[in-house]
Write a protein that binds this ligand. Sequence first.
Ligand SMILES: Cc1cc2nc3c(=O)[nH]c(=O)nc-3n(C[C@H](O)[C@H](O)[C@H](O)COP(=O)(O)O)c2cc1C
Length: 187
Amino acid sequence: MTRVLILNGSPRKKGNTFFLIQELSKFIFEEGHEAEILHLNDYDIKPCQGCFWCYKDYPLKCIQNDVMNGLYPSVLDSDVIVFASPIYWFNYSAQLKLFIDRLVALHVPGGHSLAGHKFACIFIYGDSSAESSGVYTAIDSINHMIRYFGGENLGVVHGTGGDKLTISGKPDVIKELKDLAEKIISV
Ligand SMILES: Cc1cc2nc3c(=O)[nH]c(=O)nc-3n(C[C@H](O)[C@H](O)[C@H](O)COP(=O)(O)O)c2cc1C
């Protein structure tokens, strides 16, 4: 059984990012696997303070005793982590960035706990063109991080959304999502 952790970087629970998250998790459950969704906007995640306390004895937690210390076990227990976010100002959202920065606390001597981990991404933008939306900056940034971890990106699904829910009417994007879901559950 594959355990999938989906990080929702969108504040909109009726938006396009969340629509694709729901489609993905429906498929995961139907196929007998597990999905946990973290709505990052609902959590008061403090910004990383760059103190490197987490490097001293590698406790796999943060000196800032906020909600993140309770979320690290979900990260470590997952088989696949899905980064899902709207594109805000040519990159993924601040909600997701706060979470990602705090992954620094999962370093272990000589590397990172997420070495060998599998990842996937869902990105939504308002622009009708992927090129000018900034999505490729977000993908590039995530890929740098995955390479740093020594992990693997199983794939990225992205498409044009906007303030209205329009992604639900895009069969090509839904098909790409199903294909990615197949890869996710077969890790
Ligand atoms: C603060 C902000 C910044 C945005 N910046 C971009 C951008 O750089 N490129 C883009 O294509 N769309 C941008 N958008 C549009 C959103 O990506 C788009 O509305 C998307 O559908 C939101 O996802 P959601 O439906 O899951 O909320 C921005 C929207 C907001 C609110």
